[in-house]
Design a protein around this ligand. Structure first.
Ligand SMILES: [Fe+2]
Length: 253
């Protein structure tokens, strides 16, 4: 399996603190059946700044340690980016990068709301041939109470990634139900772990895929798995029509 969202790099954010933590996370990933992860340190979230130029050598160093420790896991560079007014300036200057340097950009919302200018941002990204992947929308309070808001962003060209722990119920049954509902409505394109710590908040990706398969069918879990592979190849993600709850005008009559 491929995991497109992790905090496995040591000492850069609230994920792994030490190299030993990173190696423990890496062993846990392999045990779960994962062969490739993208390291996505937080950037511009008010607490952490991790530019692309800082991330690349750290990813290279961690891969060398993994070979030395005989752990069969490959780490690729990425970033989890908050929307700021400096986004496009930082993109131009090379401070930002897509997942595995692709045209897919992992975007983190504040937990309480969707930033007002998000639709315009998604459009501006598309002008640069870039596509936003919204990280864990099921954990955003505004989307959880009104999933139609996510549908509007998806219809504007965004993609979305739910977290394995949300599907597995680790964040409570409400978030679990929201995550499954978003999946059922074709508003989800990836399942990933957002792994932070080997203890408590690791991977659990195989269990999440098994749950998706049980609840929604094998076609759904295969769709998420093959989309993760599309990221590595920087190839297009097949988009399905969202199944909206919103009524069309003629349904009001
Ligand atoms: Fe994250």
């Amino acid at each position: 399996m491929i995991d497109i969202h992790t905090h496995i790099l040591p000492g850069v954010d609230d994920g792994a603190e030490t190299l030993e933590d990173s190696l423990r996370l890496a062993r846990a990933a392999v045990e779960d059946g994962i062969h490739t992860v993208i390291a996505t340190p937080h950037h511009a979230n008010g607490k952490y700044t991790n530019s692309a130029a800082d991330i690349l050598p750290r990813v290279r160093a961690l891969n060398e340690e993994l070979i030395r420790a005989d752990i069969p896991l490959t780490v690729l560079p990425g970033q989890e980016i908050r929307l700021t007014n400096q986004f496009f300036e930082e993109w131009e200057s090379g401070t930002l990068q897509g997942l595995h340097e692709s045209s897919y950009i992992l975007i983190e919302f504040p937990s309480g709301h969707i930033p007002l200018d998000t639709p315009a941002f998604i459009y501006e990204l598309s002008l640069l041939n870039l596509q936003a992947i919204i990280a864990h929308p099921e954990r955003n309070a505004e989307i959880a109470s009104k999933p139609d808001l996510l549908q509007e962003l998806i219809e504007k060209g965004a993609l979305a990634q739910v977290t394995s722990h949300s599907l597995n119920g680790s964040f409570g049954s409400k978030i679990q139900q929201v995550a499954l509902q978003l999946c059922r409505r074709n508003l989800v394109h990836f399942v990933s772990t957002d792994a932070h710590h080997w203890e408590g908040r690791g991977f659990d990706l195989s269990r999440a895929y098994a749950l998706v398969e049980r609840e929604l069918g094998a076609g759904e879990s295969n769709y998420y798995k093959s989309n993760a592979a599309c990221i590595l190849a920087n190839s297009p993600i097949p988009i399905r029509e969202p199944l909206g709850l919103r009524k069309k005008w003629y349904q009001f009559w």
